[in-house]
Design a protein around this ligand. Sequence first.
Ligand SMILES: Cc1cc2nc3c(=O)[nH]c(=O)nc-3n(C[C@H](O)[C@H](O)[C@H](O)COP(=O)(O)OP(=O)(O)OC[C@H]3O[C@@H](n4cnc5c(N)ncnc54)[C@H](O)[C@@H]3O)c2cc1C
Length: 463
Amino acid sequence: MSEEPRKVVILGGGLTGISAALHLRQPWVLFEREAKLGGLAITEERDGFHFDLTGHWLHLRDPAIKQLVAEVLPVESRGEPAGRAGRAPSREGMGTLSGFPHQMVSVQRRARIFSHGVTTLYPFQANLYGLPPDVIKECLLGVIEAKLQTTGAEPRNFEEYCLRHFGAGISRHFMIPYNEKLWGVHPRTITADWCSRFVPLPNLEQVVAGAVGADAGRMGYNVSFLYPKQGGIETLTRALASRVQGGEVHLRSSVESLDLGRREVVVAGQRVPYRAVVATLPLPELLARISDLPDDIVAHAGRLRCTTLRYLNVATRSLPAADWHWVYVPEKHLPFYRVGIYSNAAASMAPPGAASLYVELADRGPVSDATLSDVAQGLATIGAISSPGDIRFADAREIKYAYVVFDEHYRAATTAIFRFLESHAIYSRGRYGGWTYNAMEDCLLAGREVAGSIEAVPGSKTS
Ligand SMILES: Cc1cc2nc3c(=O)[nH]c(=O)nc-3n(C[C@H](O)[C@H](O)[C@H](O)COP(=O)(O)OP(=O)(O)OC[C@H]3O[C@@H](n4cnc5c(N)ncnc54)[C@H](O)[C@@H]3O)c2cc1C
């Protein structure tokens, strides 16, 4: 009796796993631990309020991925629905769009910084205008000094990187405190490996223009973004998942272990032989499921670090005071580092006359009543809500694996681990499989890339 041909086994059905399934041209089977696909790209609903797992705004740069997304979720041709002012027409318009419930809107970013009691434009380093004069002076002198310094050793960590590129003032007033809140560790303990695409580097002319209120130009990878008109980011996940074919999806199926010798994964007690594995679950979780790891890989695995994120889904009773989509909050006295208003980007994210927000907390500990009260006060302070009493509910959530820490062990550990895994036909990809800092498009690209790598292995075709 001939054995069934080995398949490609995909572990995890977030965007990386879905993309791998979409791009593979040979049989695959996908095991997802949860009851639905999407991983971090899903949306919760409560009482008509919708919440992603904090802001999930889609930025696309790859032509083929743009085309794929446009095919599954065409962009609404009317362009951006405005924030508060645009709500009513946008809602009315939905009736006429009932034949096209799955649509994207293209939104011009409205990102802000709240510090020194004022709200300024993002990015901080190119928009000093509006800050107290002493702060502007300190930041400008610092950046001029930094730009004049043409020699010196390569920055060894992210703090040195900030001082080198932005100078002392911008580092002190934004870069260092904000990144410490975000990463949960001091910037001197992480490298700058992650930041080239995500941290805009203005030239001196742009910094000066932004300090005096002249146009410094729009900067950053996320000048505009796409977002589903309805249903939150999960609409994208569902639209992509509806396109997968040529394999099987098993939900509520957590991988228990991997047997490298026999090239089998064990799921719900069943042994499934594999030709190759696309692993998208967090790397430490994958490694913990492999019993026959060599000592050096075990040692490297022990050095992988990641921070947990606690955040709040906040529903309001009335429209928000602010019109921005998200705001960065560097100062320590406020308990959050970033706040976003989903319903300012897509009105359907909240019932009429109300708003849905996310609040990313600086503290990594359990969320207490005192935290909730500080947050409510803080949201009123930054102008996100009119008063603490405007909050209808606030639900605490946790993302266990949120930010991979790029410390001094990162490069050596990941290089050795990936080399080892690939020698056993295990391709670990995606934000936590690839143990990196990336965005949704990178995961769609990673799924495509890994499908191509597996197809390219000689003898990988089943037929
Ligand atoms: C706070 C935050 C904000 C973000 N904001 C943005 C943004 O604005 N824009 C943007 O583009 N990107 C954003 N991202 C990044 C984006 O969420 C990720 O790049 C992407 O969703 C990761 O997809 P993934 O498939 O690699 O991983 P995941 O989504 O984590 O998927 C992994 C899957 O593996 C499953 N799994 C885990 N263990 C097992 C097991 N034992 N067996 C089987 N399955 C298992 C999980 O349930 C999950 O479905 C943000 C990320 C975070 C943390």
